[in-house]
Design a protein around this ligand. Sequence first.
Ligand code: SF4
Ligand code: MG
Length: 324
Amino acid sequence: DTPVLELRNVSKTYTVKQGIFGKPRPLRAVNDVSLSLGRGEVLGLVGESGCGKSTLAKILLGLEAPSEGQVLVDGRAMTGQDRIALSRRIQPIFQDPYSSLNPRKSIEDIVSLPLRVHRIGDAASQQKKVREILDIVGLPSRVARSYPSQMSGGQRQRVAIARALIMNPEIVICDEPTSALDVSVQSQILNLLGDLRQEFGLTYLFISHNLAVVEHLATRVAVMYLGRIVEEAGVATLFEEARHPYSRALLESVLTPDPGLGVPDTQLGAAYPNPISPPSGCAFHPRCASAMPQCSQIAPKPIATSDGHVECHLYDDAPIRAAS
Ligand code: SF4
Ligand code: MG
């Protein structure tokens, strides 16, 4: 089966200056990432802020071009003319329903915007479609005449979901879609996203700093650190026997009383490194409790596991096999 979404060796390098007189230096936000999503899969992409997950989302949405590598949708490369056509099949839901909805536009205008941009149907059919899609996301059709300021956070996120779905996308990129919401509302939105996946056969890339949120929806998990996927595995494997020390640290932070706060630095021993000057060898070594002498010298290579891969010297001499 051709994956619905595939990234092949995707990298993104920015040039950044530190201070007014700083020399321009390269920042490798995404570093040789390969991922593959089958139809109906939910890939949870997890990591702390600054790890490159939002840059990856922008590349998938066609908002940024990769510096190297390829993005393929149904086996077709997102380049040139195809980039516009294929990007219609990938729609976003962003973190903050307060800032992602234009406060001066009615819900009708907001949800129908993608149809108008792509000149799909006439005004009457667009109106009908808006009401259908509002119903699907659990909003009464009268909210079409409302404005974002008249709605709760959860309702606004339903509007953002409606706007994403109105284009009949195959792939939805959810970038921290519940982290701005109250905990009680979070689970409603996660349940809605799960139901919509089943109903429409959607494929999700679900980006979060919070593993607990991802566990609920994801079928697979990719853990990102300083631009690289350091471990990828099925969701059960990751939660039961995470292999990478960073994945384990993230999991332990899930088990602390306030998982919304992400990874406490005390647990990892050192702060998240500056991506402009990443640590040598394994970029995680200054924070890793299992670090060995070679870890600061040699970058680990990806090692295949039963259902994914891991990049860590702990597994160099002990190839990981499928459980027999
Ligand atoms: Fe830790 Fe070394 Fe593995 Fe990096 S390679 S995660 S420093 S044990
Ligand atoms: Mg982000």
